[in-house]
Design a binder for this molecule. Structure first.
Ligand code: PGA
Length: 251
């Protein structure tokens, strides 16, 4: 049985005060989601001040991005070891907003994955197809290509130290979610692709779903056998809706 994982991706929203208030309120509601691993990905500047508040809780922190380099003259970038030092357990990489708006390639994302593993930070690798790619029957070529570019660099065993978030690009922030059946089909295909590489470990591997998950649709998505939790954008910004999703993941 895989333990559910629910990740709040706050993107570039909020401020210091409301982030701290959210965390205080979430901590006092912890008994509502004891069966779930809960992860918050705030803007990077808030990581250091939030980390001490979460010690001894079942809530952990994630970054939303990381540099592909270890250190040096890369103005504006943050390394994996710096994230680790700030109390970060996870980092999201390959989000479609970064692939599209910042032109991040599969090779660049693979380098980020490698830096995170070296620093002891767990990568949450986002994969997903655009609407045009789905309509062209390219969904699996795209997703398995995104996965294989990482496996090629780090090997299958190291790849399995991360987590995949399947996020169909057409479902992110659009209010259109994949149906539970559509999402399950992709998750099962990803798992069977991984089984081919490392049969013994693939069953324990967590694959979470993201793209317009809200309290109204979370339960039917999480009921699917290969969906192990969610990466939540908009609905993670309000405590009530995020808590409702956490409770449904724990059922
Ligand atoms: P959304 O975002 O839940 O607002 O669709 C998900 C994500 O971008 O990770």
């Amino acid at each position: 049985m895989r333990r559910p994982l629910v990740v709040a991706n706050w993107k570039m929203n909020g401020n210091k005060l409301c982030s701290e208030q959210f965390i205080a309120d979430l901590l006092s509601a912890q008994d509502q989601f004891t069966e779930v691993d809960c992860v918050i990905a705030p803007p990077a500047v808030y990581l250091s001040s939030l980390a001490p508040k979460l010690v001894a809780s079942n809530i952990q922190l994630s970054a939303q991005n990381v540099s592909e380099f270890n250190q040096g003259a890369y103005t504006g970038e943050i390394s994996a070891t710096m994230l680790k030092e700030c109390g970060c357990h996870y980092a999201i990489i390959g989000h479609s907003e970064r692939r599209q708006l910042y032109h991040e390639s599969n090779d660049l994302i693979a380098a980020k994955f490698a830096r995170l593993i070296e620093a002891g930070v767990i990568p949450i690798l986002c994969v997903g197809e655009t609407l045009a790619e789905r309509q062209d029957n390219m969904t699996y070529d795209i997703i398995l290509g995104q996965i294989d570019s990482i496996i090629k660099l780090v090997g299958a065993e190291t790849f399995l130290r991360g987590i995949i978030a399947y996020e169909p690009v057409w479902a992110i922030g659009t209010g259109k979610t994949a149906s539970p059946k559509q999402a399950q089909e992709v998750h099962a295909t990803i798992r069977s692709h991984i089984v081919k590489q490392l049969p013994t470990q693939a069953q324990a591997y967590r694959i979470i779903y993201g793209g317009s998950v809200k309290s109204e649709n979370a339960q039917e998505l999480f009921a699917m056998p290969d969906i192990d939790g969610g990466l939540i954008g908009g609905a993670s910004l309000k405590l009530d809706s995020f808590l409702a999703i956490l409770r449904q993941a724990g059922k």
